[in-house]
Structure formats: C-alpha cells, structure tokens
Design a protein. Sequence first.
Lengths: 364, 364
Amino acid sequence: MRKIGIAEIEDIALGAALLGAGGGGDPYVGKLVAIGAVQQHGPVTLLEPDEVPDDALVVPIAMMGAPTILGEKAVGGGEYQTLYDAVSSFYGKPIYAFMPIEAGGVNSMLPIAAAARLGLPLVDVDGMGRAFPELQMVTFTIGGGSATPMALVDEKGNSCIFRTITNKWTEELARAVTMACGGSVSVSLYAMEGAFMKRYGVKGIVTRSQMLGSAIRKVKETSQGTPEEEFLRITEGFKLFRGKIGDVLREVRGGFNFGKVLLEGISEYKGRQAYVEFQNENLTVTVDGELLCTTPDLICLVDTETFTPVPTDALKYGKRVLVVGLKCFPLWRTKEGLDLVGPRYFGVDTDYIPLEERCKGGRG
Amino acid sequence: MRKIGIAEIEDIALGAALLGAGGGGDPYVGKLVAIGAVQQHGPVTLLEPDEVPDDALVVPIAMMGAPTILGEKAVGGGEYQTLYDAVSSFYGKPIYAFMPIEAGGVNSMLPIAAAARLGLPLVDVDGMGRAFPELQMVTFTIGGGSATPMALVDEKGNSCIFRTITNKWTEELARAVTMACGGSVSVSLYAMEGAFMKRYGVKGIVTRSQMLGSAIRKVKETSQGTPEEEFLRITEGFKLFRGKIGDVLREVRGGFNFGKVLLEGISEYKGRQAYVEFQNENLTVTVDGELLCTTPDLICLVDTETFTPVPTDALKYGKRVLVVGLKCFPLWRTKEGLDLVGPRYFGVDTDYIPLEERCKGGRG
C-alpha cells in the first residue's frame, strides 16, 4: 500500500502512454483529469493485488471510444458516482476498490480520478498490460470472466447497463451506444472478486508504468552510452526503425481510429522505408516489406529526442520517431490469447511470431 | 373485463394492421406469435383502463426495429420473462398488467403473447392509436412520461437497461443497440402507473382494432352500396386514390424501412398519378403533385378487393390498392403532438393541415 499524488501521476501517465502502444488516448488529457481529482480530494491509496480480500468487489473504470474524440469531450466528475451506484446496486454490495482495465494515456488515469473522487483505493493491476481496441481483449476473458453487467454513462447523463451472452456481444452493443453517445463514454465492466483479479490480472502495472515514466524522464541523466541505448535498456525494447513521418492515412470508422503511418528512414535507416498499421493501437510494423513485429507484442513510437510516446492520434507529417517493440504479457502468447488479440483477429494474414524471434537476425 | 381468444386475435390483428398505417409489421407474423401463446396458456384477460388501480404498474411490451426484419427473426418465448424481471426488479414491485404501445400488425400482438405467457392481464389502451417509427412518438411523451428505464432483450439472450435524459436519447441509444442486435429486438418502455395511463393513453384501442377487423372481414355482407363505400363508412375513412403499384423504392437504413411507392390511377383515377412516402409508416400521399394527407393522420393502403391492409414491407409491383386517410388521435393535432410527429419532424416541408380540410374540395 502506498499513496499516489501528483508526481506519481505524471510518471504513471508517461509510462502508461508508452505501454498504450499508440492507443489509450492522450496522456495530457488523462493527466489533467487525474490531477484535478487529486488536487480536490487528496492522494489515492494504491493497493497491491494481494492486499485485496478474495471476496471483495473490484471494479475497472475506463473510457470507451475513439481516442481522437476523448480529447474533445469533457469527462464529467459525476459519471463515476453513477457508475458506482449502478454496479454496487447490481451486486448488492459496496465496491472495495477501482482498477484500470488497460495501460494507456487516458485509461490509466481515469481510475485514479474515480478513486480520488469517491474516496476508494486503486489496485495495482489491469487486464491487458498494454492497451487494446476492443473490450473483450482482456486477460479476464481468457479466465472466463464476464464483461457484464457492464455500466456505461455519457457526460450528458444517459446511462445503460448491459448483460450479454459473450464479451464479444458486449463489445458490439456497447460500441453501438458509444457511437450514438458521440464517440466516447465512461464505462465500468468486468467487475470481479479479489480472488479472480489476483489470478488473471496483470499485476504491478501501475507501478511498472510509473517506473517507466520516471526512467524515460531521466534517460539523459542515467545513460552510459547514447540516450537511445539507455531508453532501450530501461524499456527492454527492441529497436525496429528510426524515421521521419512521411504520411499518415487515418479514418475514424465504427468508433475506432484506423490508419497507417509511413516512415522514411533517417540516420542508419536512411534510404529504407517502413509503415505501421493501427486500430487505435499499433498492430504491425513492416520495414522494407518485411514484418518485424505484430500484435499482441507492443509497438511503440517515441520521439527520437525526448522518447515521449507518440500516440496514433498525434502522428504528424515530419515528426521523427523511434519505433520500438516490447514483449507482451505472457498470457497473450497462448492460443487463447492469440485468438483474442493475435494478428489474424485484426485481419493481418500472418501467424504470430514473438518479437524476439522475428528480430533474431540482429536487426536494429 | 373480457377474454381475448383466437377469434378475437384474428380480428385485432387485421384491424390493428389497418391502424398501423403501413407500419407495425406483418400481422401474419404477429398473429402466429399471439395465437401460439394463447393456445398454450389460454385466453388473455382484457381490462378496461378504468379497471386498473391508479398506483398499479402497467408496462408496454413491443418489438423495436425494421418491420422487414421482424419476419426473419424468431420471437423468443423467454424474452418476456427477462423483460418482466428487469422492469419489476427496477421498480421493486410486480407488474400489474401489460399493454401495447402502438397499433400495428406485430406490436398489437406481442403484448397479448406476453400476457398469455406470464398470466397477466392486458389493458385496452396504447400510446399512439396508430403506429409511428420512433419510440419517443407516444402520447406519454406529451404527458411528460419517461421512456426509461427501458429494458431491451434480443432473441439470443443479450439485454440492456437504459436510463436517458430525454425520450429522444432513448430512441438514439436503443436504436443503435437494435441494429447491433441484428435489426429487431423486444422492448419494454414507458412503464407507468395506472393513473398516468388513464390520463394520456389512447383508450379502447384494442377493442377498436377488433371492431375494425371484424367489420373489414364482413364488408361484403354488410354493404348497402359498393363494398368500397361500406369500407369507407366503417373506417370513417377519406378516399384519397385508387391505383396500381408502378414502382417501389425502398431501403433499410438506420434501422428503418424508408421508401416511396408510385401508383398509377385505375378506374375513376385513370390517367392520374400518386405517390406515398414512408418511414416504416406512411408519411404523405401526393396525388398529381398535390399533398392530400400527411402524418400524423393515418395513411392506409388496402387491397381494392379484400380491403386487407398492405403494410409498407409488403408493397409489390402490380398490386391494386385503395389509399385511405383516417383522422389521428386528437392529441397529435396539438402543437406538442405535431412537434413530435408532424410532417416537419420527418423532413416534409409543409404545415400540418388536417386530413378533412385538405379533402374538403370533395376529393375522392
């Protein structure tokens, strides 16, 4: 158990944005919401998963929708109370703690804001260890957990509670309502007991985000060699490409940001070309026609100088980025995991090959 | 209080299909569902509105979606129990009776099926006195009634409960889920107390449907002049056109059947042309370029020989139809009513002029 204040929030937002793998929303927007809540209500207690009783009700809080829209709509303070009421009245017991469902600039932050506003602790766990675009894409689905009853509220005061036969149906119905509500909403889903959370959750993710954020911030102070080498060391990242953004193809469709970013190689990559495809999060990196990394491994674009993560909705012509691959949570590499979030699910016609095997040839 | 058995269902389905004004679904499909339930569970008790206690919970049951799709999807028997449980647990008291929300081939029938299956009475009232395409279009909206909490279930077992800030938002969100569920679902909305139902409901609509259905069936026996004259007498209808269907333009879009049917005049209308525009229900009739009737008055197309109503999803090239206008429930002609269901709401750029005034020139 420890406290999360404004300094911690700054680091968590930065580190979680890296783990967002291009998605998870703008960490600046997320940070403002969390810091505002903490300034008003004081620091939030962060619990280790093992500090939560087995039968306690733990409830993820998140936003659902296209990251591009998140920044344009307000995140209301009253929405968390509505979510709390809907979930706790359904279960007939109080909520013990909130938790994030994914790592990402926004969804790592909103549970902190919710916890601060309602005076509840936050648990150091999530259901992805990164961000993914669809709501059935959590480790809890592999564990047989149900996304529903799921509560959804918008900033105007509309709400609904879903009960569905599969988590994929939850995605379909909630996505339809998200779009009807203007493209982004606050949700609570996968409410679970402590025991289940401990068994299937990605433990320590808030702390990992904070450590990464802190390390990125200090990369120039701590580096022995180049800052880039230091960045790769602290993130345990695989360098995939370095380039200047030559073009960004983007469309908001079905509540998602779809697109492709084209990169022209710089420095040791000069003359080479790469592209990264995304659906909210980055899905694939292809360098000179060769696939170097695919979902569920993390594909992260960061600024070549500051190593600040560049989310898919902030990609801009001319920006220089380093493309880095990070190994995903081991459960995603199982058959069940790949069925949910492997390349074929996203329409990429290739088998999943772990990042470290694809990169064996000494690439980068 | 009286009983509704199979003979009554046959007449109600026929009369309600006429009042459906082109919408409300296929009465054959609706009838099968109601008759099946009554065969299994026995006749349903029909209560007059004044027989319902003021504080009793009265709950409309309906299908939501495009009529074309209703006929292709099963209507599950278990859906009504799910709706009952969701609504009664929300209010913390049992449901006293079901009621229809609109007149129409399907939505006049499903509440009978629900009442039979759950052993509850049906109230002789609805919220339209006809059919309309969107769910905020009920007399209860004028009375300040809320569509929510609204329960929605599909035949697969997915469900949700909506709470919205306006009935128009209910329409937006529920329509989005309806489409995600495949285009048609069962819903319960505008749950209300007896007193409110008596004040704003269209009373006696089930009995009116039955009388109309019975009279249409016997039109050739009872007529003094031509059967058509008798049909117009019993329905108090205004004859607007008689013609052969020359073309049907139709599209299913946003969960609705939109379209336009072109008619070539026959017998005394020979050489003249008309068209009828619809959004599930018929919205306007234009004869030789002149608007003769608009929503909220009822525009009904019936077979020229049998006077069987022809819903918009059964319009076919070559069919001969009589186009008849019926006066709507008086509340629809108020400013509040016309804001909800007048021609301008549907994008028709004209003031509402009552049917009987538009037809004063001795037309028909």
